[in-house]
Design a protein around this ligand. Structure first.
Ligand code: PMP
Ligand code: GLN
Length: 379
């Protein structure tokens, strides 16, 4: 076949999860919890299934869930989104991101992304004929350089995609970063797409700087989140976007013909489950304990740990341990040591290799201990 995307490979998450299974390695590569969500969530799902809520949800999502999202976003970020016109439920953040890009980016338009960049953004941009333009997060603290971003703006810049807390680095954008971004886009018609799927996973008392809560930016932004991360249900693939009505109307033009609507009973179950805010508010403390335990375990190895301020990913440098390029090191670690990780160079447009790998610590204590034991034995 004459492939439309000859250079597009298979996502690293599939590659590493497959290799991990093949080698019976502990899979700390792909980001997903290996523990179960609470029964209350499943009980709610069963109730709605049995009550017959099994036909199409409205295109924008179940009203019960959109109302719950509006309440949460208002409570956390002081933002007033209208659940009728400004909130749409999606099949996870991946569909939300793809649909937003398809809704706003015309062929030939430029979209600024930050490297290292989460792996679905650029293929989505290129699928609709846009061009990714890279700003660089500074190694090793992964801070953005807003002067660089300003210099990258051209008349074709249509969108800027940001992600905080940031996958794969665990870095955060501050309120000052959002002000700087507002300064960069002021006076333009650039749309900001803000991937905030880890909005509840920030450590050491840090507060999430959501674009929803930034009045000036919110007026031109689509903000994305995912219940997969928040409620330990990545397989349900339920996420959402919020944004001003004019932008949301454009988003929905694509959404209606992209998926029309997403799995209904899950939406109803999540709407019930969200009523107890401690379930999302408790996530930071829950994962901070895992982060701290995992860092402690890795301290007994020669890995050099980078800061982890949010997300459930820990970056580590392995320069003292191996000369291998990070992809080769990740493969070797999976095959020979039995611990699967993600090489961070896959998120770099030019393959830049800082000899850093990403561990996912959204795992049971025994999983983390088993992985650490293998690493300690090997090094
Ligand atoms: N954005 C980022 C930064 C992510 O880490 C992920 C999932 N790991 C997604 C988007 C996709 O989320 P979902 O699984 O809800 O599609
Ligand atoms: N976002 C998850 C990660 O970073 C994986 C999602 C996926 O497999 N597409 O590991």
């Amino acid at each position: 076949i004459d492939s439309r995307f000859p250079a597009m490979g298979t996502t690293i998450f599939t590659v590493m999860s497959r290799l991990a299974a093949e080698c019976s390695a502990v899979n700390l590569a792909q980001g997903f919890p290996d523990f179960q969500a609470e029964d209350a969530l499943f009980d709610a799902m069963h109730r709605h299934l049995r009550a017959g809520r099994n036909q199409y949800a409205p295109m924008a999502g179940m009203p019960e869930l959109r109302t719950a999202i509006a309440g949460k976003v208002a409570a956390l970020y002081g933002a007033a989104y209208d659940s009728e016109t400004e909130i749409t439920v999606t099949a996870g953040a991946t569909q939300a991101i793809f649909t937003a890009i398809a809704a706003f980016v015309r062929p030939g338009d430029e979209v600024i992304v930050f490297a290292p960049v989460y792996d679905s953004y650029v293929p989505a941009i290129e699928t609709v004929g846009g061009k990714a333009v890279y700003a660089h997060l500074r190694f090793p603290d992964y801070a953005p350089d807003w002067d660089e971003v300003r210099a990258l703006i051209t008349p074709r810049t249509r969108m800027i995609v940001i992600n905080s807390p940031h996958n794969p680095t665990g870095a955060l954008l501050s309120a000052a970063d959002l002000d700087a971004l507002a300064g960069v886009v002021r006076g333009s018609d650039i749309v900001v797409l803000s991937d905030e799927v880890y909005e509840h996973i920030l450590f050491d008392g840090e507060a999430h700087a959501s674009l929803s809560g930034h009045l000036e930016l919110a007026a031109r932004s689509i903000v994305v989140s995912s219940f997969g991360k928040t409620y330990h249900i990545t397989g349900w693939k339920i996420g959402y976007v919020v944004g001003p009505a004019a932008l949301m109307a454009e988003f929905r033009k694509v959404h209606q013909f992209n998926v029309f609507t997403v799995h209904g009973p899950s939406q109803l179950a999540i709407a019930d489950y969200m009523q107890d805010a401690s379930r999302h508010l408790g996530l930071a403390a829950f994962y901070q304990e895992k982060r701290d335990a995992f860092r402690q375990l890795l301290a007994a190895t020669p890995f050099e740990l980078l800061p982890c301020r949010g997300t459930y990913f820990q970056l580590a440098r392995y320069e003292r341990m191996s000369e291998l390029a990070d992809r080769d090191f990740a493969e070797w670690l999976t095959r020979e040591v039995g611990v699967a990780v993600i090489p961070v160079s896959v998120f770099q447009p030019d393959g830049r290799d800082d000899k850093v790998v990403r561990f996912c610590f959204a795992k049971r204590e025994e999983t983390l201990v088993a992985a650490a034991a293998r690493l300690q034995r090997a090094f």
